[in-house]
Design a protein around this ligand. Structure first.
Ligand code: ADP
Ligand code: MG
Length: 383
């Protein structure tokens, strides 16, 4: 067991890393963050920020010499980096688990090989793969296999011609072609798994997106008890098959009353932010606990919760004028907690912060959160 005041290492300096740093500090640990961005949100509050590339072996040596264990908040950390660090100190999740989640072809193949529910897809490495793909996949979504996020690196394509065009637009990179599914809803399960194989999951969240980016998460998801149980069970099986240690997010689509896995995130998940405010143990504390070999915490929620993401466009008035939103509007809402990530510049689509509304009555919490969302200036969207 790694106990305070040990120092933990974090690869990646985004908001997920920042919340990990806060959770670890709260528990008495120190944290070193490695991220090339000198203004990274986690780096700003870390005990030490190594401003270096993920493949900078001198920086990795410094990290491993000073940390008792290392984790990540970013699925695109090169597997070679994780493997290199693992020669010296414990690294969780492992390079092999991260490698499955960071490549959509490996991810879908993993689901298919393990009999886990997933939508129809084809692996695309060449134009010929597109020509040979089942025509029943159209209309489809073409997604680059690596480095896509928040809807980036994706194109909706009606036909083979459209898919070929999009494939070339993506530079001929490896892709997956997914059948476009009619979604009744999107839900996610965040869980933690420890070295002994114990798994504790949070209640599923119900997610809605705007322009491909998570907008609102409602917890608990408005899902039947049977589907709730099934989602938790599938997420657990994924963690077990990956030999996963740490916090894992699993995204699902609900189509025609059936669950299919969309994708996995080998790290805390945006749809688990509310666990900071609404649960006995947050997803970030679970990540600390799993990394350090502590018993996993009690995940249960003490409140219903609705989380709303605050994206960079909120900083721009209709005429393009840049200004800080009036946060007093949100602070006036009972049961609302605001989290801002300290990012230096807002650009449209960039995740700048979020707020969570908690309370006893799910319907009232949802109404209060949507009213607050509108009051701060976020328009449209369906919930
Ligand atoms: P990201 O890495 O950007 O989160 P996702 O694969 O989760 O990528 O896609 C983002 C969103 O796009 C999903 O949450 C969903 O709303 C929509 N989407 C993705 N794939 C499909 C699909 N096959 N059918 C219908 N909608 C999809
Ligand atoms: Mg996604």
């Amino acid at each position: 067991m790694i106990l305070p005041p040990a120092t933990l290492g974090m690869l990646g300096g985004g908001q997920l890393g920042r919340f990990f740093v806060s959770a670890a500090h709260e528990m008495g640990y120190k944290v070193w963050v490695l991220d090339p961005d000198p203004n990274s949100p986690a780096g700003l509050i870390a005990d030490r920020h190594l401003v270096a590339a993920y493949e900078d072996f001198a920086a990795l040596d410094e990290l491993s010499a000073n940390c008792a264990a290392v984790t990540t908040e970013f699925e695109n950390v090169p597997a070679t980096t994780l493997d290199y660090l693992a020669k010296f100190i414990p690294v969780h999740p492992s390079a092999s688990a991260v490698a499955v989640c960071q490549n959509r072809i490996a991810e879908k193949t993993f689901l298919a090989d393990n009999g886990l529910p997933h939508g129809p897809f084809a692996a695309i490495r060449s134009e010929d793969d597109l020509r040979n793909a089942d025509p029943a996949l159209f209309p489809a979504v073409l997604k680059v296999a690596r480095f896509g996020y928040d809807g980036k690196g994706q194109a909706r394509v009606a036909s083979l011609e459209g898919a070929i065009h999009a494939f070339h637009q993506f530079g001929g990179e490896a892709c997956v072609l997914e059948k476009m599914l009619h979604l009744d809803a999107e839900v996610s399960v965040v869980l933690a798994r420890d070295e002994a194989g114990n798994v504790r999951n949070f209640a599923p969240g119900e997610n809605s997106h705007r322009h491909g980016i998570l907008d609102v998460t409602i917890v608990p998801a408005r899902l039947s008890p049977a589907l709730t149980e099934q989602a938790c069970d599938v997420a657990r099986r994924i963690a077990e098959k990956l030999g996963y240690i740490g916090t894992l997010g699993v995204e699902f689509f609900v189509c025609d009353g059936q669950l299919v896995v969309n994708e996995m995130a080998p790290r805390p998940h945006n749809s688990g932010h509310h666990t900071i405010d609404a649960n006995v143990t947050s997803q970030y504390e679970q990540q600390v606990r799993a990394l350090c070999g502590l018993p996993l915490g009690e995940p249960c929620e003490h409140s219903a919760a609705v989380m709303v993401n605050l994206l960079g466009e909120l900083w721009y008035e209709a005429d393009g004028h840049y200004r800080e939103p009036d946060w007093s509007v949100l602070h006036a809402v009972p049961g609302l907690r605001l989290h801002l990530y300290g990012k230096h510049h807002a650009r449209p689509g960039r995740k700048m912060g979020h707020f969570t509304v908690i309370g006893a009555d799910p319907a009232k919490v949802l109404a209060a959160a949507l009213a607050a969302r509108e009051a701060i200036g976020i328009q449209d969207g369906e919930h």
